[in-house]
Ligand binder design. Structure first.
Ligand code: KG4
Ligand code: ZN
Length: 349
């Protein structure tokens, strides 16, 4: 049977998302429910609240997708669901729902690695966005989110080498923790970006860890410690919030661009894709574009709706995997971390 339309489910963290993706990676419908308000009082994601909300949100979102796409179960040829890495309780809701629907509707299904989905998110197509035709594998990919900061060499679907990764906190986590320290709300990246407007990026000198190391790894935990030290010396009512946010954001952005540069230098590849929640950051997008022009590198960053967690990216990878004949068995289960074989770590130290 030819696989033309896939129903995809994403519940790895706090966003519940469902999409219908068609042949060629075209999004027919994308319906998501974010839980920001539910987690805001805690300044971070509470896993138990996240999974409970997924159970409430998921099936209504499936119905909304069918309505939006003007489609029915008979139009769906398979299902794709994020099964790793992520919060166990959250993943479980998505995987069990996908398996139940696949069994009830007699459709094949595949489980997808969330990071692989982010990697391919620039390739999703819709009525107003598609990637340049010249942008094809192999390419360097930076996946930068709340839980991950990874640089990959992408050879093809399923063929990924880890060039670098964070040794401690993820870049998004560094944004979230700083926003929490300043009481700016959650999710922190958006709040820090908003509050950085009009601020001086050189007002405070935050550390750029591992800058002179000849590798593609990151470290953001020292940044957080330095921020705590700086804030301790500043009375709450005398904090120059815009300067603090602009300087902190600049430190993260500088390191991300510097390590992309290193990955390009090491691989000799002239195409770079950037994905994940932090790639929504305007300063990061601006600085990457500037760097790319200077180095004559082609850069692809998806529109904001595909940067943060969404099921369209899961549908894109699911469609390609189902089309290539992959099927998962009913024993498929979620995993908090990636599986052996998902990525090959080629870091030498
Ligand atoms: O990819 P994502 O939606 O979920 C994960 O897989 O983690 O990424 C969420 C992360 C959060 O840490 C959030 O603060 C960050 O992405 N983020 C941003 C921006 N929008 C979201 N960070 C910086 N600037 C933004 N505009
Ligand atoms: Zn993500």
């Amino acid at each position: 049977m030819k696989i033309k339309n896939v129903l995809a489910i994403e519940t790895s963290c706090d966003d519940t998302s469902v999409a219908i993706v068609s042949d060629g990676g075209v999004v027919r419908a994308l319906c998501s429910a974010n839980q920001d308000l539910a987690h805001q009082p805690f300044g971070g994601i509470v896993p138990e609240i996240a999974s409970r909300n997924h159970t409430l949100n998921l099936l209504p979102l499936v119905d909304s997708c069918f309505q939006k796409a003007n489609m029915d179960w008979q139009d769906i040829d398979g299902l794709a669901v994020t099964s790793r890495p992520g919060l166990m309780g959250s993943l479980l809701v998505g995987v069990v729902t996908a398996k139940t629907l696949a069994l009830a509707k007699e459709k094949p299904f595949v489980t997808i690695n969330h990071l692989e989905a982010h990697i391919w998110s620039p390739f999703i197509k819709d009525h107003s966005y598609s990637i340049s035709e010249d942008f094809t594998p192999p390419f360097v990919s930076l996946v930068v989110s709340g839980g991950h900061t990874h640089l990959y060499r992408v050879k093809d679907l399923g063929k990924y080498e880890v060039l670098g990764a964070t040794l401690d906190d993820a870049a998004g986590e560094a944004f979230d923790k700083f926003a929490k320290m300043l009481g700016l709300g959650f999710p922190g990246g958006v709040a820090v970006e908003k509050n950085s407007q009009g601020g001086r990026a050189d007002a405070f000198s935050f550390p750029r860890a591992l800058w002179n190391k000849d590798n593609c790894n990151f470290s953001f935990s020292g940044l957080k410690t330095e921020a705590l030290r700086v804030l301790k010396d500043l009375p709450v009512d005398k904090r120059p919030i815009a300067d603090l946010c602009a300087s902190y954001q600049e430190a993260i952005v500088d390191v991300l661009v510097h390590k992309i540069d290193k990955a390009v230098e090491k691989t000799g590849l002239k195409r770079v894709a950037v994905a994940g929640g932090v790639s929504a950051n305007k300063r990061l997008r601006e600085k990457i574009e500037q760097w790319a022009q200077q180095k004559e590198v082609a850069v692809s960053i998806p529109p904001l709706r595909y940067c943060t967690d969404n099921a369209a990216m899961v549908g894109y990878v699911g469609l390609r995997r189902l089309q290539s004949g992959q099927r998962d068995s009913w024993e498929a289960s979620p995993s908090a971390s990636s599986l052996e074989g998902d990525f090959i770590d080629v870091r030498s130290g």
